[in-house]
Design a protein around this ligand. Sequence first.
Ligand code: BG6
Length: 524
Amino acid sequence: MSSSVTPGPGDATGSAGSAPGNPLRSVQDRRLPRIAGPSGLVIFGVTGDLSRKKLMPAVYDLANRGLLPPGFSLVGFARRDWADEDFAQVVHDSVKEHARTPFREEVWQQLCQGMRFVPGVFDDDAAFRTLRETIEKLDKERGTGGNFAFYLSVPPKFFPQVMRQLKAHRLSEAPDGSWRRAVVEKPFGSDLASAQELNRVVHEVFPSRNVFRIDHYLGKETVQNILALRFANTMFEPVWNRGYVDHVQITMAEDIGIGGRAGYYDGIGSARDVIQNHLLQLLALTAMEEPSSFDARALLTEKLKVLGAVRLPKDLGRHTVRGQYTAGWQGGQWVPGYLEEEGIAPDSVTDTYAALKLEIDNRRWAGVPFYLRTGKRLGRRVTEIAVVFQRAPYSPFDATDTRELNNNALVIRVQPDEGVTLRFGSKVPGTQMEIRDVTMDFAYGESFTESSPEAYERLILDVLLGDANLFPRHQEVERSWEILDPVEEYWARHGRPEPYTAGTWGPKAADEMLARDGRSWRRP
Ligand code: BG6
């Protein structure tokens, strides 16, 4: 192992600062970087897109920031006839193409020495025996201390088999004083029943505290900032309720189509793909009560309470919309419709757009609708939460002077232009009392010199640290399916999705849905 790398401040060859509750993390050193202790990561499905575009670059970026221990090891498992060097080459190419931080040869060299590849399929006992030997050797050679996380970046249909093998080959059993954790990618099931079954399968092998379910939205800085904005300040919380808020709009719009993911996407659709997880998590963080601390248990308690109070309106025909894109111009390019995409069934009824209204039955939110929408091939890529306030109860101004004044709004810009916008009315300079909307903006890029880590950097580091704050627990996942299942069942019984042209903002029916409530969608 090369010793040429300076892993950065607080180089941890041990686990200092690594575990929550670690006595070494006193009040004074809380601001030191959190650095992983001796450990390794095994990725199943390492040849997939997620692994190449997100996981491998995130591991490199962590190493480059000095947040991984010098002996950190990365083991790939997949059905490829690769040697360790071939695997390292694939990681190298992915890092060169997708890493956030600059390439540094010395960091790469050190990381590369801990890379191993185990060829095999999931029902191959010999491959799992090799995996076990590989891990034991890494413990000896690189001091990984028996601490390994197993990342299942594979379709859920393989979870049971991988779990069985991890158990049968005693890979899930942590040797004394070490840990073994499972990291599970979405989709976590396709409805409540399948999610419960997956949870059962995973929990048979790993105790709940060692299971880390990924919802990468929780790893985004701007999403974590929702809690900072709400609970570290005094000025927002007093108006964050039905007394002042008219409604909330949560939008996750994408301009991309389904790319090469037809096999996963067709039959799943946009609501299962992102509303069940990302959007309901955004709703939970926006609407929940203040947790007693920023700790996994306290967060779970509050998120579950608010998700438990979420209610679907009775008439799902009026308050939900699903759409499917047709061919159109987008960004100066003619793009095919969903049904013309490669691998999509020609009569597919899969939704590529979904919008729904939810109510929250509690004292804070009674009567305040939360509108959620998402779609592929929309006007542009943007994720935002808009808290739209009520109009002033009385206006001393002339109606014509306020015709360009909209409701006040606080918009949390999750991406891509990360920040927060406050929209309010202001007098237009001149001799008249004319009032028009203006905005006050906070932009990450202008206020902070630090750049935001990628969500997967944060989440992989947290797995290695055993910090579960940013990972949905099984109760949240199941409750989210419970909310979505009736919508999916309703859609399955009622016709086809509404067509919308690629590059627009979704089906007309979605505008009508809000218009019936006397409101309109924002055009971000
Ligand atoms: C994933 C969905 O969870 O999130 C994809 O499966 C979607 O369909 C992606 O494209 C969007 O992530 P981000 O971070 O680019 O908003």
